[in-house]
Design a binder for this molecule. Structure first.
Ligand code: EPU
Length: 318
């Protein structure tokens, strides 16, 4: 969304070990820990966000692990991964249909992931095209849309557990659901992803078609936090989605400062260039109020909001 203030402490780990230590140290100091992926589903308030923000940008490696016997179990790679090594990455090029697995650290972008598997002709993640974000966030919230979702390709993951230890969780140990990885307070550190073989041109075509459809109805290239609100229970909204409710309330295109309800899709608020978080959040309130007055439907936010303290109350320390 490109709005909002600073973090009191900002930590940028480069290895999984550093990630685990950063999370643990912050927790032990009694500070609130927030993990920042690509910030794709996030609105940060103006001011200073108290506590520790752990940014995963530098944990962006992604590679094909050894294809022998379907790739080694993630457990056996953990020690090397902790130190930032790329264990099990074969030096010799592998055949296109060998292995069919990618190991991605939490800071790898969906965009790179989708284009890498598209070039390999591997199927399973075409539906993630145009969904911004990092792998960590994508796994944590089971990112996706009507054409597919992240957990459809997850074989196992590494998390920073509540005790600060790095642990492997196999798919069977997890219970992902609609837009939720259901991982509680565990922090996603990496994911081993498994794909289905297909033809390169077929995967490319599907990916392009999905992106075209998405582009036609959503402001994909603009600064936003994705859909701002959840879709309401259809029984309450007479089957109308949030986008449709906002549309029928005549709010599309409504501006407040630099924030605007997208003229393309009613469930997006975009930053037209110089919006502040206050503009965005005030517009959120106006949309909620208008939709409630008109249809009696209470829209619940889907995008996350990080509360900040007023400027000057606390200066950034990191
Ligand atoms: N519609 C309108 N006016 C609008 C927008 C939509 O009338 O301004 C109507 C459409 O014509 C369509 C219906 O509403 O009949 C549904 O619209 P759309 O297909 O765009 O789906 P959505 O329910 O608004 C959901 C997800 C999106 C995801 C799309 C496609 C939620 C809250 N949103 O949107 O996810 O990309 O389906 O799979 O579930 C996100 O999570 O950030 C997000 C954008």
């Amino acid at each position: 969304m490109r709005v909002g203030g600073a973090a009191e402490w900002l930590l940028e780990p480069k290895t999984l070990d550093e990630l685990a230590k950063a999370v643990q140290a912050a927790r032990e100091s009694g500070m609130v820990v927030r993990v920042l992926g690509k910030g794709a589903n996030l609105i940060v308030e103006d001011g200073v966000v108290p506590g520790v923000v752990v940014a995963t940008d530098r944990l962006n490696l992604m590679w094909r692990p050894d294809s022998s016997e379907g790739g080694q179990a993630l457990e056996s790679l953990l020690d090397a991964l902790r130190l930032g090594q790329r264990p099990d990455a074969r030096l010799a090029p592998q055949g296109r249909e060998e292995g069919l697995r990618l190991l991605a650290l939490c800071g790898a972008t969906h965009q790179r992931l989708v284009s890498t598997v598209m070039e390999l002709g591997w199927s399973g993640l075409e539906g993630l095209v145009g969904v911004p974000g990092h792998v960590g966030g994508g796994v944590a919230m089971n990112a996706g849309g009507k054409w597919g979702e992240m957990w459809s390709v997850v074989e196992s993951i590494i998390v920073v557990d509540d005790d600060g230890e790095l642990r492997v969780l196999r798919r069977e140990q997890c219970e992902p659901s609609y837009r939720n990885g259901n991982l509680g307070t565990k922090v996603v550190a990496a994911a081993l992803l498994k794909f289905r073989p297909d033809e390169v041109h077929a995967v490319k075509q599907r990916t392009r078609e999905f992106l075209k459809e998405k582009n036609a109805v959503q402001p994909v290239a603009e600064w936003s936090a994705g859909c701002v609100f959840k879709n309401p229970d259809p029984a309450v909204s007479c089957g109308r989605t949030t986008g449709r409710l906002v549309d029928e309330a005549g709010l599309k295109g409504r501006m407040l400062g630099g924030a605007q309800v997208s003229p393309k899709h009613g469930n997006f608020i975009v930053n037209t260039g110089a919006a502040t978080a206050s503009d965005v959040l005030e517009l959120v309130r106006i949309v909620q109020e208008s939709v409630f007055e008109r249809f009696g439907v209470q829209l619940e936010m889907e995008a996350k909001v990080w509360r900040a303290e007023v400027d000057g109350a606390r200066a950034p320390r990191g």
